[in-house]
Design a protein around this ligand. Structure first.
Ligand SMILES: C[S@@+](CC[C@H](N)C(=O)[O-])C[C@H]1O[C@@H](n2cnc3c(N)ncnc32)[C@H](O)[C@@H]1O
Length: 199
């Protein structure tokens, strides 16, 4: 494996990027494919996890829809503090500062956006198994994965539908994995929307 693929991207690395304002991934708004997905979830009491959430705009969106059990997780302090500054505490959500791989709980629905691609590719299989562990029986992992070649440069690190199928199929049944029709313009054609059901 190439050196960059082994890169360990620490909490400090991400915290410093937030402090410098070097946050090119931050859309300043919830992601349209994720809002469209949340719009059609009927049970608003589902336990929802947003890991590697950054500024977590999907949190406000889910709250506005009436979701009552939302966990936002990130291991950098700065984005969680930004959420605290924006939002009054509310019993419908909690902020967890933790390494994703140390987090233990169980969820009905987990949302992925620019978290998988932010991890060292050497952690991809660990991501799959930990997501599987965090989901309840019948749970779903839903979101966006990039489709552009995986090289040493990143984050974001790329990948392909073929790679994702190989990695996720042993533990998830693949409901949807297709080029996203409602990406924001700069990501058009580069994102796959997926729904993976825990096996
Ligand atoms: C590229 S940013 C994406 C943030 C957000 N999902 C968005 O789309 O704006 C990746 C985020 O994942 C967080 N992160 C990276 N590795 C993590 C880990 N192992 N555990 C928890 N958070 C992590 C970083 O602190 C950062 O906020």
């Amino acid at each position: 494996m190439m050196l960059g693929m082994m890169k360990i991207l620490t909490n400090k690395y991400w915290q410093e990027r937030y402090e410098k304002g070097d946050t090119g991934w931050d859309m300043g708004a919830p992601s349209p494919p994720l809002t469209a997905y949340l719009d059609q979830v009927e049970d608003k009491n589902k336990a929802l996890l947003i890991p590697g959430a950054g500024h977590g705009y999907e949190l406000e969106y889910a709250l506005s829809l009436g979701f009552t059990n939302i966990t936002v997780l990130d291991y950098a302090e700065a984005p969680l503090q930004a959420i605290r500054n924006r939002l009054a505490q509310n019993e419908c959500f909690r902020l967890v500062q933790s390494d994703f791989f140390d987090h233990q709980d169980s969820y009905d629905l987990i949302l992925e956006q620019t978290f998988f691609c932010a991890l060292s590719p050497s952690l991809r299989n660990d991501y799959v198994t930990h997501m599987h562990r965090l989901l309840k029986s019948g749970g779903k992992l839903v979101g966006l994965l990039f489709q552009f070649p995986l090289t040493e440069s990143g984050p974001p690190f790329g990948g392909s539908a073929t790679e994702y199928l190989e990695r996720f199929e042993p533990l998830f049944s693949i409901q949807t994995l297709e080029t996203c029709y409602n990406s924001i313009p700069p990501r058009q054609g580069n994102e796959l929307f997926f729904i993976f059901n825990k096996k």
